[in-house]
Design a protein around this ligand. Structure first.
Ligand code: GDD
Ligand code: MN
Length: 381
């Protein structure tokens, strides 16, 4: 009897899979790559490892640098993402690109203490844990050279984080941890991928409460390059928390989009009022039209920076984006007024509910259309 294709044995060869994958997200770290590889190699003697850089197509040629090393050493690998940005999503994609049973996430600027890696692996196995976290806040750990403002921002974020995950984790903001692959694979579809708080997200979304331990380390000063995490990460963090609290029903981008829309009303009035004062009420139409355009434009830029931070349009794309945004929102405004008028005139609802329904339909329309036409993802085909 003929054997079926699926019954045939898999080919075997003598090439053991790595036990530990070290995932290193990078953006503009070309000067660091060599040293990261050297140090990982030195510290992981006796362990089968692979080192995966996930680079968001850094203009400084980080990807090329990694590729050059990978040509000499097959344990070093590269995921080069095109047209994408974001620390969390980079870590997730790195973790999904390996078959290793354990994976560590570590910054690519040497601020995390790589000498902790063997200990982390030893502890997770010996104590049968789900995850081991490199912590700045347990005794023996430290903050390095952070200024007071950044320290207090981090403390604030830490506190909300602890509340969110109901775990007594001292450093939920850490970007340095070693986790069992099965834990991530079990919850990866629920991870938000927005922002930079990947550890917090894993704790929040894991299928069961995680068995963890924190090991102290001192956050090193940066020797070269600069931090990529600016104030906008605090906004992203708040977005992620909002998403966790309201659940998957309402997309978090819609919340951000609506918040910016609400702010647009203030922008509108801030333009309309002085124009009317200067030009008189005869100029209402032109003033209203100007205010509308200014508000739409400011909404466009704010959404581009905040709501669609990971797909931000730049250069010539900005003009195309702005045009499509204004076109979409003009239709949205017409729909808003039309529906509110229909409901109100037809006696279906009072002025307040009519207006609210109009605003809601307009907002959903604007959001849905601009999500597809203004900030559409680059497609391979
Ligand atoms: N692929 C990719 N895409 N990597 C990125 C991006 C991005 O958009 N942004 C930053 N990175 C990389 C950096 O190149 C670096 O290797 C690492 O992520 C951390 O970024 P830094 O810009 O050096 O972060 P930091 O030093 O300010 O922040 C640290 O503190 C946080 C705790 O509050 C990091 O340790 C974070 O991991 C940590 O969460
Ligand atoms: Mn750093």
């Amino acid at each position: 009897m003929a054997t079926r294709i699926s019954d045939q044995p898999m080919p075997r060869h003598n090439c053991p899979p790595p036990e530990l994958a070290v995932i290193v997200p990078t953006y503009q770290e070309s000067d660091m790559v060599d040293e990261v590889v050297r140090r990982v190699e030195a510290v992981l003697q006796g362990i089968d490892w692979e080192l995966i850089f996930v680079d968001d197509d850094s203009p400084d040629g980080t990807s090329d640098r990694v590729r050059a090393i990978a040509r000499q050493d097959s344990r070093v690998r590269l995921v080069q993402r095109i047209g994408r940005r974001g620390l969390s999503s980079a870590c997730i994609e790195g973790m999904m690109s390996t078959a290793a049973p354990f994976m560590a996430v570590m910054d690519g600027d040497l601020q995390h203490d790589e000498t902790l890696l063997p200990k982390m692996l030893e502890v997770i196995q010996a104590e049968n844990l789900d995850i081991v976290v490199g912590s700045r806040y347990v005794s023996g750990g430290g903050m390095g050279d952070w200024n007071a403002r950044r320290q207090s921002m981090s403390r604030f974020a830490t506190r909300i984080g602890q509340y969110l995950i109901h775990a007594d984790l001292q450093d939920p903001m850490s970007g340095f941890f070693l986790v069992r692959a099965s834990v991530v694979q079990g919850c990866v579809r629920r991870l938000s991928g927005v922002g930079f708080k990947i550890l917090l997200d894993i704790f929040a979304e894991a299928e069961h409460p995680l068995r963890f331990r924190e090991l102290p380390f001192t956050f090193r000063a940066r020797e070269a390059g600069s931090s990529k995490l600016d104030n906008a990460v605090l906004w992203e963090y708040l977005l992620m928390l909002t998403q966790k609290l309201i659940g998957p029903v309402i997309p978090v981008r819609f919340i951000a989009f609506s918040a910016i829309g609400g702010f647009g009303v203030f922008v509108h009035m801030a333009v309309l009022w002085p124009m009317l004062t200067l030009l008189g009420t005869d100029a209402f139409l032109i003033s209203q039209a100007t205010a509308t355009l200014v508000a739409m434009t400011s909404n466009f830029f704010l959404n581009n920076i905040l709501t669609y931070r990971d797909m931000r349009l730049r250069g010539r794309q900005l003009i195309r984006g702005w045009l499509s945004f204004v076109a979409a929102c003009s239709v949205g405004a017409l729909a808003n007024v039309g529906i509110a008028d229909y409901l109100f005139q037809g006696g279906h609802s009072g002025w307040f509910l009519s207006a609210l329904a109009g605003i809601l339909v307009g907002a959903v329309w604007n959001y849905a259309v601009t999500a597809v036409y203004t900030w559409k993802r680059p497609r391979a085909t």
